[in-house]
Each structure stands twice: as C-alpha cells, then as structure tokens.
Design a protein around this ligand. Structure first.
Ligand code: SF4
Length: 221
C-alpha cells in the first residue's frame, strides 16, 4: 500500500486564517522571534542560497568573527572572504555577491542597509526571500519570507493551490492575516515546516492545525 498526499480544496479565507493562527498560538509550535542586525540577516540570506542551514550558519559565524561591518567585509581580500564562507558552497559567486552588495550599500545607501523591499532586491544576489528576511528579522517589519518550508506548508494548508509561485504564497498569507500577526505567522509556519509538516513525512497527528488543513492522507493499493 502506498500513501499519497492530496489537496482536496483551497479555502483559506480570513476566518479560517484566524482559526489557524489561534491554534498555532495555542499549539506546541516554537515561534520564537529574535531580532538581528540587518547586515547579518542580509549576508546570512545570501549565504543560505543552495545550501543547508547548518552550512550557511557556520559560514556566517566564521565571516562575522573576522568582519562584522560593511567596511570590515570590504577590507577582506577576495581569497580571505572566499575561505571564510567556503563551507556554504558556491563560495566564489557568494563572495562576489557579498562584496557587490556591501559596495552598493556604501555607494547608494550611505553605508546603511536599506529598509525597503525594492531597494533590498536591487542589491547583488538578493532575491525576494532574503529581502523579506531582512525586513522581518532585521527591521522587525511585517513580512512573510517564503522559504522552502513555508512554501510547502502554506500550499498544503490551502493558502494557495498546489501550483503557485513564491510570490503568490507570500501574498495569500499576507492577505489573510492582519499585519500585526505576520511576524508570528512567519515564525510559526517556518517552525511547523521544519519540525512537523516535513517534506516526506508530515506528522499530522501531532499537528495543531490538522483540523484546518486541506491535505488528507489517502491510500492507494
Ligand atoms: S495537518 Fe499539519 S502536518 Fe499535516 S499536512 Fe497539514 S499542516 Fe502539514
């Protein structure tokens, strides 16, 4: 017998979203939220591309142990920078993005990490997810940063059809919840995806929002 996961409907409206949020707040979901420096979040976002969290976190802490300001990073020579972030993979390209981003911040933003999505996304190597992470964790602005976990969980719950872009998932979640809830929802959906709603084996019996979720387990002989 083979188990399949199937979406049976798509129906998260504001009422259902409120129920989901309530159950996530009551449930056993770790949605802790720690503010960090915008620069650290920004560089961490670049390093996190195409690698596992453990690798990007190690690279980030190695880099910031040697240089934790824009000018400090720019003062590193190319080889030094590449060696510090090597464990995150694609390190030559990431080093170029990091250097390019730091230069652009100095030249265009007076040395301060910009705080709008469009300005952030104009920096080298910065896409929507990194921009939203900086807004959310660096500047504490309400934003859903759609990573691989939130993308999977949100479509399973039914915020969007299963075929949807990252931007559609972000817009759907942001439209259903009040602004003041978005930081919590970002952290809660991320935690749900990492710990319960896993890619291959979601633990639905433990899930605090199982009654609200559009995915059902069906069997196929
Ligand atoms: S019930 Fe929970 S764990 Fe199961 S698919 Fe839905 S969100 Fe994921």
């Amino acid at each position: 017998m083979r188990l399949l996961w199937r979406l049976i409907k798509t129906s998260v409206d504001k009422n259902k979203a409120a129920q989901i949020e309530k159950k996530l707040r009551q449930g056993n979901v770790n949605a802790s939220y720690t503010a960090e420096s915008p620069l650290r979040v920004l560089i961490g976002g670049i390093l996190s591309q195409r690698t596992r969290d453990v690798n990007s976190e190690k690279a980030l802490s190695q880099l910031f142990s040697q240089a934790h300001t824009i000018y400090g990073i720019l003062a590193l020579d190319q080889k030094e920078l590449e060696n510090l972030i090597k464990c995150s993979g694609f390190y030559r390209q990431k080093a170029a993005f990091i250097r390019g981003t730091c230069k652009a911040i100095v030249e265009l933003h007076k040395g301060k990490v910009p705080s709008t999505r469009s300005e952030l996304m104009s920096l080298p190597g910065v896409g929507p997810k990194t921009a939203d992470l900086v807004l959310s964790y660096g500047f504490m602005k309400p934003a859903i940063a759609v990573d691989v976990h939130i993308y999977r969980v949100a479509r399973r719950i039914g915020y969007t059809p299963i075929v949807a872009s990252h931007e559609q998932v972000k817009s759907a979640i942001e439209a259903c919840h009040p602004q003041k809830s978005l930081q919590f929802m970002d952290a809660a959906l991320l935690s749900l995806g990492k710990n319960i709603c896993k890619n291959s084996k979601p633990k639905c019996e433990e899930c605090p929002i199982k009654d609200e979720c559009d995915y059902v387990e069906i069997s196929e002989d």
